[in-house]
Design a protein around this ligand. Structure first.
Ligand code: ASC
Length: 111
């Protein structure tokens, strides 16, 4: 997810040349991948190997799920923006996805 999103984010930031097809493909990949992590946080999954997931995930599942839903919604908007082929529409959508990643990581991921 990170690699596909970061590819689009680099274009939005002017750190990579804008390639509309690659942006749209990458955003679609990230949107799909954004649907996949959630079973890894189901009931009982806090008893696993050492990892960066804070116990607050299982203690405040409603907020975790809210952030997860928000991120997926922003990913869908990003895919739509990339389909427009308009970099000026992609930039704010990238920002919104990035904020949704950060909000959840700040609350629920160890450093
Ligand atoms: C990424 C990534 C994140 C977000 C975040 C945005 O590419 O892996 O977690 O962007 O850094 O602030």
């Amino acid at each position: 997810m990170q690699q596909n999103f970061a590819r689009v984010a680099a274009m939005a930031a002017g750190r990579a040349p804008f390639d509309a097809k690659l942006a749209a493909d990458s955003a679609a990949n990230a949107e799909f991948l954004a649907r996949l992590p959630w079973p890894a946080f189901g009931d009982g999954t806090d008893k696993g190997r050492e990892n960066r997931a804070k116990s607050e995930i299982w203690q405040d599942k409603a907020r975790f799920n809210e952030y997860a839903d928000k991120m997926q919604a922003e990913m869908s908007k990003l895919t739509a923006a990339t389909k427009s082929g308009n970099l000026d529409a992609i930039k704010p959508a990238v920002g919104a996805v990035g904020n949704s990643c950060k909000t959840c990581h700040d609350a629920f991921r160890k450093d």
